[in-house]
Design a binder for this molecule. Structure first.
Ligand code: AMP
Length: 395
């Protein structure tokens, strides 16, 4: 079955067409600057990237351009739209209403809309993408795969905030967690490769957005992101955990209102804020080599926070069997893995320094055979995970 995977942001749209039988990507790309001017990037597997600048006032025009590119007689990856048998949509926030992926019908979409307050930037854009696809691909089944769903197994003691309980009752104000599709994909892969479904796994999804998840016997029992993706680790440009009083302090000192403070915490903080160099770990590694002290501090602080969360989640599960690194930094930045794991030797973990230097494999072990806790690097693939979920529900 050929499946279109759609991931809509407020002004962008990423897409892939996957053949679910071979699990091969047939084509992929993105639309950028939707509502501003518009650019389509399209790449058929094995061919060069094509870039087309064209007006995209809304997501509907963007999706129409994607569909046109897919069926283009010269460069398309399918001969007609009828070949697309299902569409899988990444949806960010399902609140407490969705613990699983779901076939999207009118009733379900209304319920997703009710979660918009919880993710005001993401959910409305996701829904616009769904509606646009529905209009252009009538009768093709659509599936929503939620970033939050995997974490709905967390016990209440893990997701309740230390706030008046009435806010939880009135507004469903609590920790939700994100990157669930990736945490689920990676923890399943670990269970499959290690041949055990009772493992205590800590998954470190370290990308521009970064979060950690404690997975006990296949279920998320705690995770570092919260009501929104701002909580937890120090990220590319997000602060992660801070004393909430920082907000009042900054507002007074810098004359900022709430959106102003939120802008600082979401877009001007993290390793970029600390280093003053970049949010990108490749730039930070270069700056570190040149002896840039703030870049060194940023990477040290990032890695220290990761190690602390791994330790906390080992405690939360009363043990840990496998620590899994994934996403851009987790899969590629050797020095971060080394820094994190070198503070976890108290768990009986021994890093294999040479194995840790390798890159580019789907699954690799980076601890020695006698290490009591195993550390692995796993290539995440959220699109494939969405594709598998879509096929499971459509079939
Ligand atoms: P993601 O959000 O998963 O795409 O991850 C983005 C982060 O991963 C950025 O900080 C990149 O610097 C880092 N990253 C991606 N690829 C590499 C690479 N080949 N080497 C080092 N860091 C990388």
């Amino acid at each position: 079955m050929k499946v279109l995977i759609v991931n809509c942001g407020s002004s962008s749209l990423k897409y892939q067409v996957i053949d679910s039988d071979s699990e091969e990507v047939l084509a992929k790309g993105l639309c950028e600057r939707i509502g501003i001017d518009g650019r389509l990037v399209y790449q058929k597997t094995g061919e060069d990237k094509e870039i087309t600048d064209a007006p995209m006032p809304t997501h509907k025009e963007a999706i129409r351009m994607v569909l046109d590119a897919l069926v283009n007689p010269k460069t398309g990856c399918i001969s007609g739209l009828g070949e697309i048998e299902a569409v899988g949509h990444r949806l960010v926030h399902g609140g407490e209403k969705f613990a699983e992926s779901c076939l999207l019908n009118e009733e379900v979409l209304k319920t997703v809309e009710e979660c918009n307050d919880l993710a005001p930037l993401h959910n409305p854009a996701n829904l616009i993408g769904v509606r646009a696809c529905q209009e252009l691909m009538k009768d093709v089944p659509m599936v929503g795969v939620f970033d939050t769903a995997f974490h709905q197994t967390m016990p209440k003691k893990a997701y309740i905030y230390g706030l008046p309980y009435e806010y939880y009752e009135k507004y469903a104000l609590r920790k939700y967690g994100f990157h669930g599709t990736s945490h689920s994909f990676v923890s399943k892969k670990v269970a499959e490769v290690e041949g055990r479904d009772d493992l205590k796994i800590v998954v470190c999804h370290l990308g521009n957005g970064a979060s950690i998840c404690a997975v006990n016997a296949g279920k998320s029992v705690d995770t570092s992101m919260g009501l929104t993706p701002l909580e937890g680790l120090i990220m590319g440009t997000r602060s992660g955990d801070i004393d909430p009083s920082v907000m009042e302090f900054l507002a007074k000192k810098e004359g900022l209102d709430i959106p102003g403070v939120m802008n600082v915490l979401n877009k001007k903080s993290g390793v970029e804020g600390i280093s003053g160099v970049s949010s990108d770990f490749r730039d930070l590694e270069n700056a570190m080599e040149e002896g840039n002290e703030r870049a060194i501090l940023a990477v040290e602080a990032f890695s220290y926070r990761v190690a602390k969360y791994v330790g906390a989640y080992a405690a939360a599960m009363n043990g840990v069997d496998v620590i899994a690194f994934t996403a851009g930094i987790g899969e590629n930045t050797v020095s971060v893995r080394e820094k994190v794991l070198s503070t976890l030797t108290f768990l009986g973990l021994t890093l294999d320094v040479e194995a840790n230097k390798k890159r580019g494999e789907d699954y690799m072990t980076i601890t020695t055979p006698d290490s009591k806790v195993k550390a692995v690097v796993v290539a995440t693939n959220e699109e494939l995970a969405i594709c598998r979920e879509t096929v499971r529900l459509v079939k």
